[in-house]
Each structure stands twice: as structure tokens, then as C-alpha cells.
Ligand binder design. Sequence first.
Ligand SMILES: *[C@@H]1O[C@H](CO)[C@@H](O)[C@H](O)[C@H]1NC(C)=O
Ligand SMILES: *[C@@H]1O[C@H](CO)[C@@H](O)[C@H](O)[C@H]1NC(C)=O
Ligand SMILES: *[C@@H]1O[C@H](CO)[C@@H](O)[C@H](O)[C@H]1NC(C)=O
Ligand SMILES: *[C@@H]1O[C@H](CO)[C@@H](O)[C@H](O)[C@H]1NC(C)=O
Ligand SMILES: *[C@@H]1O[C@H](CO)[C@@H](O)[C@H](O)[C@H]1NC(C)=O
Ligand SMILES: *[C@@H]1O[C@H](CO)[C@@H](O)[C@H](O)[C@H]1NC(C)=O
Ligand SMILES: *[C@@H]1O[C@H](CO)[C@@H](O)[C@H](O)[C@H]1NC(C)=O
Ligand SMILES: *[C@@H]1O[C@H](CO)[C@@H](O)[C@H](O)[C@H]1NC(C)=O
Ligand SMILES: *[C@@H]1O[C@H](CO)[C@@H](O)[C@H](O)[C@H]1NC(C)=O
Ligand SMILES: *[C@@H]1O[C@H](CO)[C@@H](O)[C@H](O)[C@H]1NC(C)=O
Ligand SMILES: *[C@@H]1O[C@H](CO)[C@@H](O)[C@H](O)[C@H]1NC(C)=O
Ligand SMILES: *[C@@H]1O[C@H](CO)[C@@H](O)[C@H](O)[C@H]1NC(C)=O
Length: 706
Amino acid sequence: MAYLVVATLLALHSATAQRTSLPAPRANLTVTNAKTSLTLLYQNNLNASDENNHVGALLLDAVPEYSAAASACAALNEQLLSRETLAEYEQDIAYQLAYQGYAGYFGVEDGFYVDGGVFTVGGGNASSSSSSSTALPVLCTQSANNGSSSAPPANGSYVTLEAADNTFVGYRNKKSFRFLGIPYADTPSRWKYASLYSGTGETLQASSYGAQCAQGSSGSEDCLFLNVQTPYIPKAGSRENLRPVMFWIHGGGFTGGTGADPVSDGGDLASKEDLVVVSINYRLSTLGFLAIPGTDIKGNYGIADQIVALDWVVANIAAFGGDPERITIAGESAGAGSVRALLGSPRAAGKFQGAIALSNLGGGVTLGLDGDYGTTYSSYYTINQSYTAAGPQIFTAANCTSSTLTTQIACLEKLPALQLVSLPTVARYVVQDGTYVNTPNLILTASPSTNSTNSTTAHVPVIFGTTANDGASFSNFPPANITTHAEGLQHALSINATWAANIIASTLFPFSNSSHNLTLDSFNVSQRIATDKTFRCVDQATVYAGSFSSAPVFPAAYYYEFTRTTGGYDPNHLGGPADNDPNNPYFRLHGADLPWVFGTLGKAQMRDEEDLWSVQLVSSLFASFVRAGDPNPGERELRVRGYERVLEGVRRAGRWRGVGESGEEEEEEGHVVRLLDWPGGSRGWVDVEQCEWLGYGLRYYLDGGA
Ligand SMILES: *[C@@H]1O[C@H](CO)[C@@H](O)[C@H](O)[C@H]1NC(C)=O
Ligand SMILES: *[C@@H]1O[C@H](CO)[C@@H](O)[C@H](O)[C@H]1NC(C)=O
Ligand SMILES: *[C@@H]1O[C@H](CO)[C@@H](O)[C@H](O)[C@H]1NC(C)=O
Ligand SMILES: *[C@@H]1O[C@H](CO)[C@@H](O)[C@H](O)[C@H]1NC(C)=O
Ligand SMILES: *[C@@H]1O[C@H](CO)[C@@H](O)[C@H](O)[C@H]1NC(C)=O
Ligand SMILES: *[C@@H]1O[C@H](CO)[C@@H](O)[C@H](O)[C@H]1NC(C)=O
Ligand SMILES: *[C@@H]1O[C@H](CO)[C@@H](O)[C@H](O)[C@H]1NC(C)=O
Ligand SMILES: *[C@@H]1O[C@H](CO)[C@@H](O)[C@H](O)[C@H]1NC(C)=O
Ligand SMILES: *[C@@H]1O[C@H](CO)[C@@H](O)[C@H](O)[C@H]1NC(C)=O
Ligand SMILES: *[C@@H]1O[C@H](CO)[C@@H](O)[C@H](O)[C@H]1NC(C)=O
Ligand SMILES: *[C@@H]1O[C@H](CO)[C@@H](O)[C@H](O)[C@H]1NC(C)=O
Ligand SMILES: *[C@@H]1O[C@H](CO)[C@@H](O)[C@H](O)[C@H]1NC(C)=O
């Protein structure tokens, strides 16, 4: 049932419209938004093998008459879109323009100036009303950086705009306008909170990424940069037609990662979903998280950086086409832990309208299993606890062991950044610093001890969830010489024999024995336990409490599990499914969901057509949430945009129902967890009894757990 948009190219009388000869292409013309808004049109089906079969176009504000159209394109180093291009890519361009009309950005009825005439979508009524002296928007070619998106910007592709009292020089490629390496804060001093970038009147090159924050053997302390990909730049001074903003906080254990990761590049969401995507760097490791009791080194520098970046976005994103009142913060792993911290932070309150936490970590507090890696992501250390976990160890490893704390700190301040973050112990914990984070846990209930009306927990729609096997990335594949399942569990989960026996005695985590492979069977069970205790139980309990308390914190909450992924964090070298066939068993690893959220699955990663269809579908679900706080895309919009496959997936999988939206838990049984796949579906809460046994049941927060 393809919804075909009829497109027509109408030639103007030759007497009134001559093809204008173009000026010779200029090597490095500066393109600005001084006279017109700039919209980049690209019909993006996310099929990386299909990019050569699509072209972009640039859409400019109306010019008074045809004769002004060619020079408007020439000012971009482009040409009026030709008849040949229109004919060859008619369907793409028709969908793109129909969407512009649907969204109310442009009136489409009267058509658009193209080379030699007026182009209309939706039928043949334009001919009578259009003439060469009608004011119409202009369609130009988009030839700049038409090839690989990782290539350096071509001459003539630079785009300049004014924001934050500075001039930014970004560029465009096939999929979006790109402004990279924007300094959002002044170069931070070590263990001091950052402040907004204070430079003014500067011309800032924003066509390559800034340094990543110090990690391992690379990066810098001067790393507080953010990147913007946008489909639209408003005319200078205008705030019309602003797009929703996705504010991305990368993961990496609070010790690694960067906003420049290609997997989270915003170009695909900008073009396919009409979103502005911002990705940020924030200080990591000991530089971002050292906290020392009794001093003014209170920790959370990395979290505070995120809030400064958010402040910059709220203040300036409109100039880049983003709506400062429709910002969704999103992150994966430590990025999700950051989202959780920001949900409760008084300093972040009111600065975002939605939140997405992908594979947030937690658990372990009452699980009986000591040393759970994930605990501190959701249950915050005090400054003292954080110091005990990392402080003296850092001073010792750094040889900063003089008699007074003051001189020890002075010594540590002199250690080069890369040495500091490479010490055997680093600080990487969100702490209760009293300003940025002032509760031991995200407050999710209105019980007397944690009064939600009194708490700063943001009342915004949220999405939480996990991959099916997040814990497989945090469980060790047992050695081949194990002789029992119990031994396998001990190795895999780093637990003692007593605990392994307890787990087996619970009968809640049965071994399948189906593969007659002791190591694999043991790992299968251990990864389930690791997934439950470190990810699933805490995240299910979070949305449960946030939805079912007497005064729910979240106006809407959605929960998911990824059952189709590829790649991800794979320290055990588990690899993918046999024969690279996703119908064979494989583990859905931590971080393997990102190509689905961002629509960035590469050619080599695409195993079958359902991979592509699920990427198209899932990216639409998350984007819909960013747009409207609801992950269910509107059918009409999908039809207008030509996203037939997404529409099919939405219909087959059914609505993604909010947790608690009916007010009655029973009514939601069976479909509270959205399964993300092709087409996916829904199911009830996962491993309810298992989570209960692990000490992190659904009612954990409702019953006062923290
Ligand atoms: C960019 O412009 C410069 C200066 O005109 C020229 O030397 C160079 O070849 C151009 N590069 C490309 C990739 O067109
Ligand atoms: C073109 O302009 C950009 C942005 O101002 C600049 O970075 C680049 O070096 C220029 N290229 C040439 C060849 O002048
Ligand atoms: C053309 O215009 C007429 C009269 O305004 C209208 O009834 C008709 O629906 C239009 N047709 C299309 C295809 O837009
Ligand atoms: C973009 O690149 C493709 C593939 O190389 C080519 O077919 C197409 O003509 C180019 N389009 C433009 C507008 O340069
Ligand atoms: C086994 O581990 C648990 C949890 O770490 C601990 O409480 C218990 O004392 C240990 N038992 C033995 C026999 O070491
Ligand atoms: C935290 O540490 C400081 C300095 O070591 C100490 O004075 C204080 O009593 C500690 N506070 C708690 C609650 O342990
Ligand atoms: C600390 O001192 C030891 C022994 O002299 C040396 O091996 C090590 O490199 C020093 N560490 C740092 C961070 O300087
Ligand atoms: C409410 O907020 C006030 C001021 O921040 C604080 O002193 C008080 O302890 C809070 N009450 C509860 C029940 O959390
Ligand atoms: C929550 O705190 C607010 C402000 O302190 C207070 O007015 C309200 O009665 C409290 N609600 C509950 C349920 O304790
Ligand atoms: C089993 O293998 C592991 C690693 O390969 C080794 O460390 C361990 O000593 C072995 N255990 C036995 C009982 O052979
Ligand atoms: C058990 O499965 C693992 C993982 O697939 C594999 O590496 C190993 O060779 C298998 N062992 C046996 C005995 O088949
Ligand atoms: C992706 O694009 C390629 C090239 O056009 C095409 O052969 C392939 O069928 C497409 N994949 C899907 C799943 O549509």
C-alpha cells in the first residue's frame, strides 16, 4: 500500500524564465543564513548500501521571483535543482517536500523554484497560480560532501552562523549540517566546576571534533566540546520551525568514551527523523570524579560539565534549528547513569523535557553478591565512601604521599592528565556532593521519607530498558577445565562456592544442558544473573516505582528490551550468531543497541533485511519519543514520509504501552515490556521472581529500598 506522492514538474514559459547561467564555482564561498533559512533534504532509509541511490537537496526561503532563484543557490555554491535530478529522484524529493508541508515548515501548494520552472507536489494545481513573479521557495542541489561522510569538508561546504555572541563555521554533508568541536565551557581547571564558554566576537572553526577527555593514553583536560548535527538552520534571528533536540551523553564507565563516536553520529537521525542531535564530551575518570572529604574537591565534575553543556544548549541551540523547550537527554551505560543523575539533579531541573536511559546500571546493594560493579551507577556514594574506594590508592600510586592532605593534593594537581587517568585506581563514581546530586538515590516515590513533591526528580516522560543480555558483557566466560556448573558460576560471576550453591538451590536459574557444553551452559546462566542483578532489576524497579506510586514521578514511562542487536562490548569474544544469521542464538551485548537508536548500522554489520527494517523501526520509536514524549509514531506522518516499512512494523508490533498508563497493573500484564526487533512485540516484566530473589524486586523502591 505505498502512499505515492504525485510530483509534477511544470515548465514556465520560456519567455519569462530563462535558464540562468551560473557563476563559476567559487573555491571557498562562505555560506550563511543571513538571508534565508537552510533546510537539508535527504530521504534516508538508513540502508548504508543504498546511499549512492539517493541525493540530497537544499531548500531555501521564498525569493520574490524566478530570476532570483539561481543566485540564491549560487550563494550556496550550488545550482537550481535540475529536471534530470528531479526526474531521477522524484519520489525522494516528493516525500521530502510533502513532509515539509505536513510539518508546516513550508507551504507546498504553490510549488518550488527549480531549474527552468516550478516544481509542485500533490497534483497539478500549481500551473495556473505560479508564474515567474510569484514568491516561491527554492530547491538547490546538495553536492557538497556527497560521498563518504567521514571525508574532510569540501571547499564550498562551509556554513557560517552566529550564536552565543560568536561566529561558528560548520559545514554540510549529504545528511545534515554539522558543527563539531564547539567549546561549550572555558578550559576547565582541574577539580573546579566548569563555566559556560566566555569568549565573544570570535570566529570558531566547527568543522572537526575537539579533543576527547583524557582517557587511557590519549585525550586532554581541555575537552569540553559538543557537536551538533541539524537538518535545518533558521534564518539569522528567526526562531521559527525549531526542531526537537536529542542531547546525547556517551557511555564508557565514566572513564572513557567521546561524543565523536561514529555509532552515535546524529546525521542519520537529523535526516530521517528531523531532529537536532547534540553530543557532548564531559570530564572522565579521576579528572571528572575525584572527591575528597573535608576539602572543596567535592566530585561530580563530569556531571556538572554535562549540566553546563545543557545550559549552553538551552541558551544557544535555537540558532542551530533546535527547540530549547523540547530537549530530551539520552545516554547509554554510564551515559544512562548520567541521565539518571540528571533526572534527580536540582541543577538540571527544568532544562530538559524527556529522558532516555539505555542500559543503566545498578543493583548490588542488598543482593548479597558483594562488589557488584554496577551498584554505584544508581546508588550514590557519599564523598567519604568515594574517597575510601579510590582516594588513598590514587595518592599512593601517584607517589603523592607527603604528610598533609594539602600538599598531597598539590602534588596530584601537578601530575600530567594522562598519567593520572592511567593509574591502577581511578575515581569514577557519581557522589552525593550536595549540589549536583543531593540524594543517595533517585527519588521515585511519594512515601513520607522520600516526598516526591519535595524532591527535584524531574517530572518528565522517560524510557528505560536493557539489551536482552547486557550482563554477558560483565560475566567471565569460564575456563574449559571446569567440571561442574557450580564451578562455572563461580568463575563467571566471581563468587564463592556457597553463593554458587545458593543460586543453584534457588532453582530460579536453571541450566539448559541443551548444548551439552558445560562452559556455555554455565555462562548462559551467569549472564542471565549478571543481566538481572546489574541492569534489568534496577531498571524495571525504577519505572515501576516511578509509575505506580501514589503520586507517580514520571508522567509517562516506557520500558524495552532489545532482542536484536549486533556488536557491542565483547570482552569474552563471544562474537555474533553462527553463520552470521540472526535467527541463530547469540548474546545481545551491552552497547550493541546503539546502531538501532541512531540508525547507524553499517554495511558490514547488516546481516539480513530484518536488521535494516528493525533499525528503521526502532530509530523511529526513539525519535518519536524525542519529538513528543511518546515512542509511538503517528501513522499519518509515516505515510507522508514514505516510511512504509516502519508503519508495517508499528502495526504488527502494536502500540508501545506506557508503564502505568492504565493505572492498573493487572491490565498491563503481558505487554509492559516492548521487545525491540523486527517487528518485535511486547511481554510482561522479565525475571520478576529472579529479581525478587536477588533482592531487587519490582517493588524495591516502592517498599523503601535505596
Ligand atoms: C579547495 O580550494 C583550494 C583553493 O582554491 C584549492 O587549491 C583546492 O584544490 C580545493 N580543494 C578541493 C578539494 O576542491
Ligand atoms: C575554506 O574555509 C574554511 C572555513 O573557513 C577553512 O577552514 C578552510 O581552510 C578554507 N579552505 C581554503 C582552501 O581556503
Ligand atoms: C485543485 O484545486 C481545486 C480547486 O481549488 C481543488 O478542489 C482540488 O482538490 C485541487 N487538486 C489537487 C490535486 O490539489
Ligand atoms: C552524488 O554521488 C552519487 C554517487 O557517487 C552520484 O551518482 C550523484 O550524481 C552525486 N550527486 C550530486 C548531487 O553530486
Ligand atoms: C561467600 O560470599 C558471600 C558474599 O560475598 C560472603 O558473604 C560469604 O561470607 C562467603 N562465604 C564463604 C564461605 O567464604
Ligand atoms: C567524612 O570524612 C571526614 C574527613 O575525613 C570526617 O571528618 C567525617 O566524619 C566523615 N563523615 C562521615 C559521615 O563519615
Ligand atoms: C612512583 O614511584 C615509583 C617508584 O619510584 C615509580 O616506579 C612510579 O613510576 C612512580 N609513579 C608515578 C605516577 O610517578
Ligand atoms: C524537603 O526539602 C527540604 C529542603 O531541601 C529538606 O530540608 C527536607 O529534608 C526535604 N524533605 C523530605 C521529606 O525529603
Ligand atoms: C511533601 O512535601 C511538601 C512540601 O514540603 C508538602 O507540602 C507535602 O504535604 C508533602 N507530601 C507528603 C505526602 O508528605
Ligand atoms: C583451569 O584453567 C584456568 C585458566 O585456564 C587455570 O587458571 C586454572 O588453574 C585451571 N584449574 C585447574 C583445576 O586446572
Ligand atoms: C562450548 O561452547 C563454547 C562457546 O561457544 C566453545 O568455545 C567451546 O568450544 C564449546 N565446548 C565444547 C566442548 O563444545
Ligand atoms: C539496501 O540497498 C541495497 C542497494 O540498493 C539493496 O540491494 C538492498 O536490497 C537494500 N536492503 C534492503 C533490506 O532493503
